[in-house]
Ligand binder design. Structure first.
Ligand code: NAD
Length: 424
């Protein structure tokens, strides 16, 4: 049942517009007090800070940083910090709302946040990035904390950035506080399996969808756009579980073999950036063609807004599993729904990242490290439980998978707000 009316003029919409539209769509199916919905349309706060940086040449530049906190009714705020020239306060608010729904659909005791610095990280030396990160940590120190708001890596930031951030916070607090951020290197309290988790969760959800739609994974063909952290880990897990991964792509195009690729032999973005085309495949495709391949499962796992009003009608896959955040525009979503192609949404499919971040936080506050096997087992059971919750709504209310995921999330956040009430 489509909630969006196809409107090519307005696509793609901003993260905030998408978040607000999805909130309204879910509210139509959930018996939640309108006052609660109204509260959820606004973030708790958006903190803006100035981050002065002494460049390597001795000049001082001042960058702008943000931390948007959407809602913490179910637990501490949680969400990434990005370093990107196009970071805005509005984008942080929209993405913080997505994090609220993502944590709620996974039933994690966290709310949503997002932040970042308006900077091109490619313009910074390693030393400059370290100084910027330490100063940013200090500027938002009163806003975050292991019991209140826990940042993580995002675009332009990584495990090393989180290590500097954690060190800066700990130095000022006077005690080592690993639980203040997740996505750290395992040697200082990071979790094994955190890096692979978003791709692994995409694979788990794809495997469940394959089964739900009465397909046998051994006879299933899969195409994956993007061969980075999410795409490569998803493709390799599905390959290991017996699926026939026939095409994978990076920014330069796709390697294609109807008999199946050896996904472990195709270089991932981390192993060798943008080298998918160096794999000796019998055929190649463009990034437009991979989206229109006649496969059982299509996994867009590169960037947002790739399935649009222009190409949605040409999608021949039977199932789409969103690996990237927001790969399907709302217009395309409505077209695919009309065509009867189920789209398993990002907030469920790639939520393995925040789920293992939660495991990392648990390990940090307990000062105890889990084995990779335990992380993967717990991730599997958390994903299956979320899948079952969303599936139940799909079946009970005849909803799309996306609307069902938002209904599950809003139901949980709304019930928590209801139970706690409005203070004062
Ligand atoms: P990455 O940088 O590791 O890899 C991105 C891949 O996409 C690379 O192979 C790159 O060549 C390819 N790519 C880039 N632009 C492309 C284009 N225009 N067409 C085709 N391919 C292109 O990134 P990632 O961490 O795997 O993230 C991919 C997506 O998943 C993003 O939308 C990200 O927000 C989302 N995501 C990432 C995580 C995470 O923790 N890594 C978690 C949840 C969601």
């Amino acid at each position: 049942m489509a909630n969006q009316s196809p409107d090519i003029e307005t696509e793609p919409e901003s993260a905030l517009e998408t978040a607000l539209r999805q909130l309204s769509a879910a509210a139509a199916h959930v018996d939640t007090d309108p006052g609660v919905i109204e509260r959820l349309r606004h973030p708790t706060r958006v903190v803006e800070v100035s981050v002065p940086l002494e460049r390597d040449d001795g000049n001082v530049e001042v960058f702008t940083g943000y931390r948007a906190q959407h809602d913490d009714v179910r637990g501490p705020y949680k969400g990434g910090l990005r370093y990107h020239p196009e970071v805005t306060a509005e984008e942080c608010v929209g993405l913080s709302m997505w994090m609220t729904w993502k944590c709620a659909v996974m039933d994690l005791p966290f709310g949503g946040a997002k932040g970042g610095v308006v900077v091109n990280p490619k313009d910074l030396s390693r030393d400059e990035k370290e100084r910027l990160t330490r100063r940013f940590a200090e500027e938002i120190r009163d806003t975050i904390g292991p019991k209140s708001d826990i940042p993580a890596p995002d675009m332009g930031t990584d495990a090393q950035t989180m290590a500097w951030f954690m060190d800066a916070y700990s130095m000022q607090e006077g005690e080592t506080t690993p639980g203040v951020v997740t996505g750290k290197p395992p040697v200082i309290g990071g979790s094994y399996g955190r890096e692979e988790a978003p791709g692994r969760s995409v694979a788990i959800v794809a495997r469940e969808a394959i089964d739900y739609y009465d397909k046998n994974i051994e006879e299933t063909t899969v195409a994956v756009q993007g061969f980075g952290s999410v795409g490569a880990n998803a493709a390799r897990a599905l390959d290991d579980w017996g699926a026939n991964v026939v095409a994978v792509s990076d920014v330069n195009g796709a390697a294609y073999d109807t008999t199946g690729l050896d996904t472990h032999a195709v270089p991932s973005h981390e192993e060798q950036p943008e080298a998918v085309m160096t794999y000796d495949a019998p055929n190649t495709l463009t990034n437009e063609e991979i989206l229109e391949l006649d496969v059982d499962v299509l996994v867009p796992a590169a960037i947002g807004n790739v399935i649009t009003a222009d190409n949605a009608g040409d999608v021949l896959a039977d199932i789409v599993v969103e690996g990237a955040n927001g790969p399907t525009t709302s217009t395309a979503d409505a077209i695919l729904e009309e065509m009867g192609v189920p789209v398993i949404p990002d907030i469920l499919a790639n939520a393995g990242g925040v789920t293992v971040s939660y495991f990392e936080w648990l390990q940090d506050i307990n000062r105890r490290q889990w084995s990779r096997e335990r992380v993967n087992e717990e991730l599997e059971s958390q994903m299956l439980s979320a899948w079952d919750d969303v599936r139940a709504e799909v079946e009970a209310r005849d909803l799309s998978w996306r609307d069902a995921a938002y209904v599950v999330a809003l139901g949980r956040v709304g019930a928590a707000k209801d139970a706690r009430g409005l203070w004062p």
